[in-house]
Design a protein around this ligand. Structure first.
Ligand code: ATP
Ligand code: MG
Length: 413
């Protein structure tokens, strides 16, 4: 900001950076806006790259940090903007340079449109963001319906950011989201993938999930997921999802890595079960039924959220490892433990158990197996022969009644 200022440009910190600093939180990233144009920004910073075709903006690199530097943009003016919207009112082009005030009005929420001014260390507020911040209220700027239509992802941003900050969503904003959930269908599946990662992998998955459900947005994102919300007691699928999200939040809080594949494996597990049951009911072998259900659960989801192929491969690995974990004959357990997806699959198994599936013996066995020396491992495998057949899943009947076997997977043979 000082380098821009010394070159006689205006420069402000804006967006989540200002919002979070005012709330005493640590901002995730910093966004700067300026009246310098992208080429001019580049000339000032050696460590700068211009990105984006739709909006040209500058990424200025400082060590590992990237600071996004954008030129003020206009576009909220209805007449002028109408030329850049499609028939549904969605924004197509949004790259006209403007003044700071125009820039403020085209931002999404009032608390995201505050500008920190280094000239006098003041905060500039055109949209009533300071008052909303004080009242811990998340309010969309302008006419809610128009703004959500322009970019339906703003509904997800509202939920994610209000959830993370513990803000209430202001009444008109709230009403508009309830009315407009379906418009999420107009958003590209690749953008939704990026948003879903932000919704669930940034440490506030539980509260975000509750808000998404409250608005019916979760069903928009995951249309096959209604089974999770069926009234039943115990509701293993829901409990599994909640525990999975809780674990994710905890890992983020502890600074541990979280992976998209595990998240999708958890969210789509119930869809797989539904297809699996159906496949069994039409007489397919459990193994076939499972593999085909796993393919289908992914395939169906891809029309809404384009999960990259390398991730879906991992998801299916975690799932099919659930079968391998049940098979503990001979040398198999050794191969299973060496599988690159073993850790995730084992965590997934524990999660199923925690959610209420009858898997205590299997979980304990694998927990111990990883821990003991080779000789004891062989002893563990041998002693399984003595385990009563009733605890083994191998003899489970195909296609048993709904819900009773919903949470179990097929045996490999
Ligand atoms: P965080 O970085 O904590 O997730 P943020 O509000 O900073 O939250 P960013 O994605 O970094 O979110 O965006 C920076 C700023 O850009 C926002 O604060 C907002 O002013 C503006 N912005 C982002 N997305 C949109 C959008 N879809 N429509 C309008 N303005 C947006
Ligand atoms: Mg940000």
């Amino acid at each position: 900001m000082y380098r821009l200022k010394n070159a006689d440009y205006d420069a402000y910190l804006v967006g989540g950076g200002v919002r979070d600093l005012l709330l005493g939180k640590h901002p995730k990233d910093f966004d700067i806006v300026t009246n310098a144009q992208p080429e001019e920004i580049r000339q000032l910073f050696g460590n700068c790259r211009l990105i984006g075709r739709r909006f040209r903006l500058a990424h200025v690199h400082f060590g590992n940090e990237v600071i996004e530097v954008a030129t003020f943009r206009a576009g909220h003016n209805e007449d002028e903007a109408s030329a850049h919207h499609n028939q549904d009112g969605m924004i197509l082009r949004d790259n006209i340079f403007g003044t700071i005030e125009e820039d403020a009005w085209r931002r999404d929420f009032s608390v995201n449109a505050l500008y920190y001014n280094i000239n006098d260390f003041s905060v500039i507020d055109y949209t009533g963001g300071l008052k909303d911040l004080e009242q811990r209220r998340f309010r969309i700027i302008g006419d809610p319906e128009v703004r959500f239509r322009e970019d339906p992802v703003r509904m997800l941003r509202a939920v994610r950011l209000a959830g993370k900050l513990g803000f209430v969503i202001e009444e008109e904003t709230d009403k508009a989201i309830h009315q407009m959930v379906v418009s999420l269908q107009a958003v590209s599946s690749s953008r939704l993938y990026e948003e879903v990662l932000k919704l669930f992998l940034t440490g506030h998955a539980i509260v975000t999930f509750e808000l998404l459900c409250n608005y019916g947005l979760f069903e928009q994102l995951f249309p096959g997921s209604d089974g999770i919300f069926e009234k039943k007691d115990p509701n293993i699928p829901l409990s599994m999802l909640l525990k999975g999200l809780e674990n994710t939040d905890k890992r983020v809080a502890d600074g541990k890595p979280v992976v998209p594949a595990f998240l999708f494996a958890v969210i789509l597990w119930n869809n797989l079960q539904t297809y699996f049951e159906y496949n069994c009911s039409i007489g397919r072998s459990p193994f076939d039924a499972f593999q085909s259900a796993s393919r289908k659960a992914i395939e169906k989801q891809l029309s809404d959220i384009s999960i990259p192929r390398r991730i879906t491969t991992q998801v299916r690995d975690v799932w099919s490892m659930q079968l391998r974990l049940e098979n503990r004959k001979g040398k198999r357990p050794f191969r299973t433990v060496d599988h690159p997806r073993f850790r995730a699959a084992y965590d997934f198994l524990l999660l199923r158990e925690e959610a209420g599936e009858q898997l205590q013996e299997l979980c304990d066995w694998w927990t111990k197996f990883q821990d003991v020396d080779e000789e004891l491992k062989y002893t563990m495998i041998r002693s399984l022969r003595n385990v009563s057949k009733s605890t083994s899943t191998k003899k489970r009947k195909r296609g048993t009644k709904k819900h009773t076997n919903k949470s179990s997977v097929a045996s490999e043979n």
